[in-house]
Design a binder for this molecule. Structure first.
Ligand code: C2E
Ligand code: SIN
Ligand code: SIN
Ligand code: FE
Length: 548
């Protein structure tokens, strides 16, 4: 027999449907809970939610006589009548609580003296308990009806909770993506490390974070960087191989969550002793990377190995979760890739510059009277470009183009290149091929596209009398005009087998005379300014400086 008529029950279901349309978790809980209280004719009750991973029940809502500051408190999931409800997965009715052997004198004890009887029923989701509702001093024990409403509540709560957590999870993912973007925008190792640590703490709501890399020689883990650096000099902080939570992570490649370091034997005190930081909880993940070798194009079969690890310390609210672990793993995996790209970039850059140095030295070595010519032309061209206020990127292209401007002389016969006297017209015709030969060599090198113009056009003249194309005025690229001034300045002030080097004054006089026919006036004046500021030195001046 039920206290409610069929129409009343239908009306209740209708109200439950209405409540379900709210997607806000807290509102949903309150309204469903109040509906259940109403159905029981009761004024006091408690809603617990089960935290399965912690094995605890949390007071989520408290109505009536029981004190509201219980909300958020936790009790073990297996104690009391509430625990029995979880175990038995069915409604329990207890009419004399205080004398029931199962009664748990937990945090609600002081309020319990006013309570005589209780209906305690589980919130079941696909038959699994997700919480418990207790209704005190009820008028009607409509167990089936409230169990129905309870289960409805459980499934609505699940959906709302999922929505809410995915909302914040997707926010965290968004944050993660933007952090990865920031990391990838730098090629500077130290800057990358700093960004990783700064944002790892923020993303994981941790008090501090640190990053360790394996020292290949000793196997030690070396602290590279830490977000809390005020206290100590970190440069010598090392963890012996396999020691500490971090050592375990690096050795096994596993992610480790430590909720309380005092209860984990792996925890290594050495670092806190050095930094003065008090570690309570740790989430640590490995940094993995593939080894990339220069000159080896085959990347298959290059095994990933652990190069270090990242730790975040002391979650500010509650404990690190498996969601935190996933986020940090993703961050670490991208961080390792970016670090590797930075290393690769730096070694490629080094390689590139040594190839440039070797190439220009080779050119100068073949032409034994022009030793150091390429380097000086490059220096002068940089000085001109800087005086002209060209962007740094362009200055760099001009610098490289200067180093390579005569690379085509590699294709000119020794007999012509090293002839001590004047060239015959036929010989000079051969010599004039060097800009084209040089440009053809550079055409094969994708990264030197921009530099090609300087190599091809450094012997063009403004009046169209130059070679190889006879370009005029603005048809000659700015790079070509800069290099022409730099090239002739060095050629004239340097000794040649067929003549001595000219004075700087004479040289500038000759170059000023050539403005408009041979040279771009702005380039010549920029060079004169740079020379007056003592920013450039001729071959003779360099020799004198070296002799001192
Ligand atoms: P380079 O010696 O590096 O000279 C570069 C450019 O500076 C020359 O381009 C020219 O414009 C100018 N220059 C160099 N020395 C003199 C000079 O004594 N007087 C004048 N007025 N201008 C000078 P250019 O003429 O197209 O020559 C290109 C390259 O051909 C030279 O490079 C050099 O390697 C070679 N070369 C030119 N003339 C002779 C020569 O008479 N004998 C030999 N052995 N090589 C020559
Ligand atoms: C229990 O379930 O044992 C505790 C009941 C109460 O809140 O008083
Ligand atoms: C450890 O990994 O055991 C040490 C953690 C720390 O203090 O950084
Ligand atoms: Fe040249």
């Amino acid at each position: 027999m039920t206290h409610f008529s069929i129409p009343e029950i239908l009306a209740l279901v209708e109200r439950a449907n209405e409540i379900s349309s709210t997607s806000h978790l807290d509102q949903l809980l309150v309204q469903m809970f109040d509906l259940i209280l109403e159905v029981c004719g009761a004024e006091s009750g408690t809603l617990y939610l089960l935290d399965q991973s912690a094995g605890e029940l949390e007071f989520r809502l408290v109505r009536g006589s029981t004190s509201p500051n219980l909300v958020g408190k936790r009790i073990p999931k297996d104690v009391g009548i509430v625990g029995a409800t979880i175990r038995e997965r069915r409604p329990l009715e207890v009419v004399d609580i205080v004398n029931d052997p199962r009664w748990y004198r937990g945090p609600s004890e002081t309020a319990a003296h006013r309570v005589t009887k209780v209906i305690s029923f589980p919130l079941l989701l696909r038959s699994e308990p997700t919480g418990v509702i207790q209704i005190f001093n009820y008028q009607w024990a409509e167990l089936e009806l409230i169990q129905l409403l309870g289960n409805r509540m459980a499934s609505e709560v699940e959906q709302a909770a999922l929505l809410e957590s995915s909302r914040s999870y997707s926010q965290r993912l968004e944050a993660l993506v933007s952090i990865i973007g920031k990391i990838a925008s730098s090629l500077d190792r130290d800057q990358i490390l700093q960004i990783i640590l700064e944002y790892a703490s923020v993303l994981l709501d941790a008090e501090a974070s640190s990053l360790f890399l394996v020292d290949e020689q000793t196997g030690d883990l070396v602290l590279q960087s830490a977000s809390k650096t005020q206290t100590a000099d970190l440069s010598n902080i090392r963890v012996p191989p396999g020691k500490g939570v971090i050592g375990h992570v690096v050795q096994t490649g596993e992610t480790v969550l430590v909720a309380d370091v005092t209860r984990d034997e792996r925890y290594y005190k050495g670092i806190d002793q050095n930094t003065g930081f008090a570690t309570r909880s740790i989430l640590a993940v490995p940094l993995r990377s593939r080894e990339i070798k220069m000159g080896v194009s085959e990347m298959n079969g290059v095994a990933e190995h652990v190069i270090g690890g990242v730790e975040v310390l002391n979650k500010r609210v509650k404990t690190f979760t498996s969601e935190d672990a996933r986020l940090l793993e993703t961050l670490a995996s991208h961080a390792a890739t970016v670090l590797q790209i930075a290393d690769l970039y730096n070694s490629t850059n080094e390689l590139f510059h040594s190839v440039l140095r070797v190439t220009s030295a080779m050119v100068d070595a073949r032409d034994r009277y022009t030793e150091g010519h390429s380097q000086r032309v490059s220096d002068f061209a940089v000085a001109i470009a800087t005086e002209l206020g060209l962007p740094a990127e362009m200055v760099r292209h001009i610098q490289i183009s200067g180093l390579l401007h005569d690379v085509g002389k590699i294709g000119v016969a020794d007999a012509i290149l090293n002839k001590t006297g004047a060239l015959t017209p036929a010989e000079f015709a051969e010599m004039k091929k060097h800009p084209t030969i040089g440009a053809n060599i550079l055409k094969e090198v994708a990264v030197l596209k921009v530099e090609m113009a300087g190599v091809l056009e450094h012997h063009e003249k403004l009046d169209g009398s130059g070679y190889p194309a006879g370009l005029r005025g603005d048809q000659i690229s700015l790079m070509g005009r800069v290099l022409a001034a730099a090239d002739v300045f060095d050629a004239l002030t340097s000794d040649r087998p067929y003549r001595k080097g000219w004075d700087v004054e004479e040289t500038f006089e000759k170059m000023i005379n050539g403005i408009g026919t041979h040279f771009d006036g702005e380039c010549v004046h920029a060079l004169i300014r740079a020379y007056t500021k003592n920013l450039v030195h001729t071959q003779h001046e360099r020799e004198r400086l070296k002799a001192q």
